[in-house]
Design a protein around this ligand. Structure first.
Ligand SMILES: C[S@@+](CC[C@H](N)C(=O)[O-])C[C@H]1O[C@@H](n2cnc3c(N)ncnc32)[C@H](O)[C@@H]1O
Length: 278
């Protein structure tokens, strides 16, 4: 059973599943593929029906667009003080709702793996938050649009990119002793690993900054465009249509990336979390 939000187009997923490389014809079948359209912050399949669950690269998206002052940047790595605490609290509530829904779906003894971009601390004590260099450059490009009068600076000051990278302590918190789900979910493992960056590896091989910037910004646009259009460019565009401003933004991001490829290099630490249903 595949899950995604109802606005997602499931057709490519079904084509992949039914292709020669898909899993339908694996020995040991028959295997049936289905989909449950709905937000994973609620239950998406009946209670106690899942023996093995997996969620990859999705649980870092917040349920709602944050509403807070963020004049220092648009990402959790650059937000400080009270707004940072509010963002952490919002992400903790989301995570609890996500796990609560999974706990209801899992059968006794079932296991769940959740993996996705996370955060950790380096040996020298500095914070390592996935994608923070990228989001800093994205913020600077947005500031230049505001300086040029094309983007409302007040909208930009309140804009927060709605993804939250959790640490091992944050993912395990609800299931640890005394936590709200300790009676339902038992932590099997929780770890963080740095993941390689294929765009940067290729750039090191060919040295072509333009080609690197094009490929990298295409990747960024694929996950960032819809949310930035809705929450930044639609409310904030001044004198330019939001779609056109969005195009311009990603063109400028490409130019900025080609000019200084290292500045926004993608660094990511993946959190892998496995729990068992008690
Ligand atoms: C980077 S994609 C990962 C897709 C797939 N899990 C994979 O690993 O290839 C993130 C997906 O999470 C989905 N997503 C975000 N918020 C969601 C929610 N609240 N409920 C269900 N899916 C959600 C998005 O629509 C998107 O398809």
């Amino acid at each position: 059973v595949h899950n995604d939000v109802p606005t997602s187009d499931f057709s490519q997923l079904f084509r992949n599943v039914a292709s020669p490389d898909g899993y339908l014809e694996l020995t040991g079948g028959p295997i049936y593929a289905t989909a449950a359209a709905g937000s994973f912050f609620t239950q998406v399949v009946p209670s106690a029906t899942v023996d093995l669950g997996m969620c990859s690269n999705a649980a870092h998206w917040l349920r709602e667009q944050p509403s807070l002052e963020s004049p220092q940047g648009m990402y959790l790595a650059d937000i400080r003080g009270e707004p940072r605490e509010a963002l952490g609290a919002q992400a903790a509530r989301d995570w609890l709702e996500f796990l609560r829904a999974r706990a209801a779906e899992l059968a006794p003894g079932a296991r769940l793996l959740v993996q996705g971009i996370g955060a950790t601390r380096s040996a020298d004590g500095s914070d390592q938050v996935s994608a923070s260099r990228l989001l800093r450059v994205m913020w600077q490009v947005a500031i230049r649009l505001a300086d040029d009068g094309q983007l409302d600076p007040e909208i930009l000051e309140r804009y927060v990119f709605p993804a939250y990278c959790r640490s091992v302590a944050e993912v395990t918190q609800p299931c640890r002793e005394g936590g709200p789900l300790a009676g339902e979910l038992r932590v099997i493992s929780a770890e963080v690993d740095e993941v390689p960056n294929p765009y940067w590896k290729q750039f090191e091989r060919h040295g072509d900054a333009q080609a690197y910037a094009k490929a990298y910004v295409e990747f960024v646009r694929a996950f960032a465009e819809s949310t930035m259009l809705e929450h930044l460019f639609e409310p904030g565009a001044r004198g330019t249509a939001p779609d056109a401003l969005c195009d311009q933004y990603f063109r400028r991001l490409e130019v900025a990336t080609a000019t200084d490829p290292g500045a926004g290099r993608y660094e990511a630490w993946v959190v892998r979390f496995v729990v068992a249903r008690r």
